[in-house]
Ligand binder design. Sequence first.
Ligand code: T3D
Length: 263
Amino acid sequence: MGNSEMNSDSFIKRGTLNMETIQITRHNGVGWLKWNRPEKLNALNETLLKEAAEAMQDLVADEDVRVIVLVGEGRAFSSGQDLTIESDADYGTYLEDVYHPLVRALTSCPKPLIAGIHGVVAGAGLSLALAADVRIVARSTKFSSAFIKIGLVADAGGPYHLKRLMRPDLAISWMWSGRTIDAEQAERFGLVTELVEDDVYTKALTEYAEALAKQSPVAVEGMKALFRAESFEAGLEEEIQWQRKCGQTDIHRQAMHAFLTKK
Ligand code: T3D
């Protein structure tokens, strides 16, 4: 494990840590989790999936990290499952033991989770990106529903998120086809939060994440929790708790004071 600008206990508080297959950077309230196998277009192998699950735990626990961003090094977000996996492996067990801890960590993340997507996003890489709250996408990105092409069902939580984000008939039809679509089509499908030109993609992504990190962390986290309330009544119950907490924050009190004193 190599590292740079490293300074602390489990991972680091600031700066960049390079693990074998991922890179974690903390800067201006944003925790960047970068897949780092550019020579394989960030194909997902066991080491990467395990390191990423561990990194997610650490970033969620770190009070200085207010927003988490998933990105890929090199020319792709991710080309999906590393296809050099042994073909006699039990895929069910592999999913359960290797994918699901990360998929759960992403989907249950209480902090805002952003996927910054460029180049190619395929198969299980797409499933991971769909677990994010928002997707900032470079215009030249290709979205591949590759699973069916190799005779597999869509997995890693993908079908659950697709059904939530787009019309279920369009989603299953796309998954059955194995088609690769461009970013404009993905936007029409509802998979893109912001579509940005390639030359401003990194800047736009950084600005989006850092602006979000400056908002009240209690309000941001509460908003995410309320959008996930399991029912209308549960949402009403939860908003009582969250608004009580928000009302007690300095950021809220200062904003009220500024309004009332016309500062
Ligand atoms: O256990 C489970 O159940 C989980 C299952 C999950 C299933 C899935 O994720 S299905 C999706 C699997 N992914 C794919 O089918 C995509 C495979 N890759 C491609 O079709 C192409 O690489 C791309 C269209 C994405 C890009 O093409 P291109 O021409 O721009 O690049 P390339 O030359 O094909 O790839 C560059 C290198 O990355 C190359 O390695 P090399 O020859 O230079 O040593 C290529 O083999 C490698 N690579 C790309 N994708 C993968 C990969 N290596 C392993 N696994 C990959 N998925």
